[in-house]
Design a protein around this ligand. Structure first.
Ligand code: PEP
Length: 258
């Protein structure tokens, strides 16, 4: 991890937790991390129903930020069941994850949609967390780099360098999510190195060097030490292993901070 890039530990709750469960989790997380004085960001990607009540508890400087898990690209209109970027900003979300593999798989989200969503978020002052990564089949066919190239080109279309720097890139090989099959250190290093190089080419070396690229896919307390040592890995995204707070804290505490 480069000293000037603040490390991120992201927790993706997916479709889990009630109001009471979320407030309990947050209060304990704030108590455990509040006095540490560490330079890191803990981003909780929570269901829409929890954003406001959690963001209200975080009024003031904190290591912790609340994030959505999805957004629509239009600001308002006849899109039943959707939520927009201005609405997320109004709820107090500082970030929003887009393009998660479950959104791509179950809701047919494409890179073009991810790009429209990212631009809508930036316009409303909500920082995008853009998920990219290859399927198992694409990796077996040795297409990983081609897939990443296309995803970066399309998802970041019409981005300025400053838009890029506001954004977090979450590299999550789709075959590693929720499967227990974590990518190995060489696979993670190769993908992160490629992503940074490609961002340098698409934008500029300084902007690429300021952008956080984090890894997700079956991260646990057992593998976090090895993952966080890999060059160009600026933190991790954790799904299943973050639902239980003591487990998540083991991951948070294992992240080296500058
Ligand atoms: C995720 O949902 O983004 C994720 C990485 O899940 P898991 O840690 O369970 O693989």
């Amino acid at each position: 991890m480069l000293a000037e890039r603040t490390p991120i530990v992201l927790s993706n709750w997916k479709m889990n937790k009630t109001v009471n469960q979320s407030l309990d989790y947050l209060a304990n997380l704030m108590r455990e991390t509040g006095s540490q004085g560490r330079r890191m960001e803990i981003i909780l990607c929570v269901p829409f129903s929890l954003i406001k009540i959690m963001a209200d508890k975080l009024d003031g400087p904190s290591l912790i930020a609340v994030s959505g898990q999805n957004v629509h690209w239009e600001d308002w209109g006849a899109y039943t069941g959707e939520i927009s970027a201005p609405m997320l900003a109004d709820l107090g979300a500082q970030f929003c994850m887009i393009g998660h593999s479950e959104r791509r798989k179950y809701f047919a989200e494409t890179d073009e949609m991810v790009n429209r969503k990212a631009l809508a978020l930036l316009k409303s002052g909500v920082r995008p967390i853009v998920c990219i990564g290859e399927t198992r089949e694409e990796r077996q066919l040795e297409l990983t780099i081609n897939i990443l190239e296309k995803q970066l080109r399309v998802c970041f279309n019409r981005f300025s360098a400053s838009d890029l720097e506001q954004t977090v890139i979450l590299y999550e090989p789709r075959w590693a999510i929720g499967t227990g099959n974590v990518a190995n250190s060489d696979q993670i290093a190769e993908a992160h190195h490629y992503i940074r190089q490609e961002l340098q080419r698409l934008f500029s070396p300084p902007s690429a060097d300021r952008t956080r690229i984090i890894y997700g896919g079956s991260v646990t307390p057992d593998n976090i030490a090895a993952i966080s040592k890999i060059e160009d890995v600026d933190g991790v995204g954790v799904g299943g292993a973050s639902l239980d707070l003591p487990n998540f804290l083991k991951i948070v505490n294992a992240i080296p901070t500058p």
